[in-house]
Design a protein around this ligand. Structure first.
Ligand code: OAD
Length: 242
């Protein structure tokens, strides 16, 4: 049995689904009513800033109506109680992991509650609606945009994520379709470095074949069960069978 010391966890929209935050793909998904090209690309922002800002304003406002679920809470508990290294990387732009108590957390695709200045690059906490041409509090340029990593842009914190993946002996992917790179490739990086790999998802993701072990079901059930296993076995044996 392996003894794990360093875990990297990747989460996607599926971890927030039971909180009432829409996923991107599939029936009822966010992209169903919108073409990605209309709301999540630099070209869309240049073409129709009103639409792009309104799309993210609505999603930011929705955060006030949702709460962390059992999966978010279990991951925060794992961070607080597991003695090893842990990094939680989320593709989600909601704030449910931090509201559940997670601290060792990276938002690789940006955050709804942040605004980015396209002129000076400063990132500002932002809770209110963000009309196009809002002035940057740092440089004064009317160039604030939603702090969301659009398709074609580089995700945040890639160096830190790659370094953590290189150290990890367990990589766990939760609630993501595996459709969007570079996150979809983390499992292969981790495997290449010799880490064990576990997927927790409602149904098999596009990268399912890369995982050593896959458990299918709702995150609100699977994640607390897995966390319980890790915490109860951390002094004895492996949180997944190898
Ligand atoms: P997707 O909508 O592509 O995939 C969500 C995954 O969660 C699917 O595989 C579902 O089966 C699964 N799922 C749904 N409900 C679940 C539940 N209750 N428990 C567990 N799993 C569940 O969302 P992401 O993979 O996160 O980027 O999408 C990746 C990126 O695509 C997003 O970060 C976003 C989007 O473009 C940006 O906006 C920059």
């Amino acid at each position: 049995m392996a003894d794990f010391h360093s875990i990297v966890i990747l989460t996607g929209a599926g971890v927030s689904a039971e909180s009432g935050v829409a996923t991107f793909r599939g029936p009822g998904g966010l992209w169903e009513g919108h073409r990605v090209e209309d709301v999540c690309t630099p070209q869309a922002l240049a073409r129709d800033a009103e639409l792009v800002h309104r799309f993210y304003d609505e999603r930011r406002a929705k955060l006030a109506q949702v709460e962390p679920n059992a999966a978010h809470l279990a991951l925060a508990r794992l961070e607080a109680q597991w003695p090893g290294e842990l990094l939680l990387v989320t593709q989600n732009v909601d704030d449910l992991h931090e509201r559940a108590g997670s601290q060792r957390l990276l938002h690789m695709h940006g955050e709804l509650k942040s605004a980015l200045c396209a002129a000076c690059g400063v990132r500002e906490r932002w809770d209110a609606p963000l009309p196009p041409e809002s002035e940057c509090p740092n440089c004064g340029t009317p160039a604030l945009r939603p702090d969301i990593v659009f398709f074609g842009e580089m995700p945040y914190q890639m160096e830190r994520i790659e370094a953590a993946l290189a150290q990890a002996d367990l990589f766990v992917s939760i609630g993501t379709s595996g459709a969007v790179y570079p996150a979809a490739g983390f499992v292969q990086t981790a495997r290449h470095r010799g880490a064990a790999t576990l997927e927790l998802n409602l149904d098999p993701s596009e990268g399912s074949i890369w995982f050593e072990e896959s458990r299918m079901g709702p995150a609100g059930t699977l994640v607390p069960e897995w966390v319980e296993e890790v915490l109860s076995q951390s002094t004895q044996s492996s949180p997944i069978s190898r």
